[in-house]
Design a protein around this ligand. Structure first.
Ligand code: ADP
Ligand code: ADP
Length: 222
């Protein structure tokens, strides 16, 4: 079952001369797949991930996410699909500094309309899943880089998104913490069947993924 279908997709930045950040990309991503996107700096990885995350639009071509042609939609519908289908983990965790781990994970649940009681129960379960049951009342400054990234993963999973995307999700971590985050993501991917699409320079990611795509100069390299 295909969850993302990308057809002849290009992203062109025109700044006097045209720069093809992405050049006629074709890609099918299967439901439940753990996909790694690797490639040199400036090759187009972030651009591709941002288009998949409905944060950016292609110049040409199409992208279907869970059956919706998101390249041709009004902003309102794009953000609805983004909120229903996608979860994000970024290089820097973007946790709210004045809130505890529990409150950070509760936030998307409350925004989605859960009661306080439900959100508390679900956030507790998510934090236990990422191994932080004894850190729920800590704030980001009281947690290590790896622990904060675990909170960010728990938060990304809060509303059970079909697709989780990560842009250098372990970019700020040492090798050992990085490995642990990838192992965690691998386990969550197996247990929940969610689709994970991660961009990284880190070879540890490529070793954990089901499939690795190399991007060079805006094209998928064979
Ligand atoms: P990567 O994530 O692989 O480092 P990017 O997707 O960030 O690569 O960038 C791909 C190419 O597109 C680069 O040549 C970059 O300079 C260019 N680019 C990215 N964003 C912009 C932008 N907002 N305006 C102009 N050029 C951009
Ligand atoms: P950088 O590539 O500089 O490390 P990030 O990967 O953190 O930046 O973010 C990339 C882009 O995605 C930025 O334009 C940022 O505004 C946007 N962004 C980051 N987090 C979110 C989010 N949770 N929801 C929507 N957009 C986000």
């Amino acid at each position: 079952e295909i969850i993302i279908e990308i057809r002849n997709l290009s992203k062109i930045y025109s700044d006097g001369v045209d720069v093809y950040a992405l050049d006629s990309i074709n890609l099918e991503i299967h439901k439940g797949e753990f996909l790694a996107i690797v490639g040199p700096s400036g090759s187009g990885k972030s651009t591709l991930l941002h288009i998949i995350g409905i944060l950016d639009t292609p110049t040409r071509g199409s992208i279907f996410i869970a059956g919706n042609d998101v390249s041709q939609m009004p902003d309102k519908d794009r953000s609805r699909i983004r909120n229903q289908v996608l979860g994000f983990v970024f290089q820097y965790h973007h946790l709210m500094p004045d809130f505890t781990a529990l409150e950070n994970v509760m936030m998307p649940l409350l925004i989605a309309g859960r009661t306080r009681e439900e959100a508390t129960r679900m956030a507790n379960e998510l934090l236990a899943e990422v191994g932080l049951e004894d850190r729920i009342d800590h704030r980001p400054t009281q947690l290590s880089g790896g622990q904060n990234q675990r909170v960010a993963v728990a938060r990304a999973l809060a509303n059970s998104p079909a697709i989780v995307i990560g842009d250098e999700p372990t970019g700020n971590l040492d090798t050992k913490s990085s490995e642990k985050i990838y192992e965690l993501i691998r386990r969550l991917n197996r247990e929940h069947g969610q689709t994970f699409i991660l961009v990284s320079h880190d070879e540890a990611l490529a070793r954990k993924a089901d499939r690795v795509i190399h991007i060079v100069d805006g094209k998928i390299a064979e």
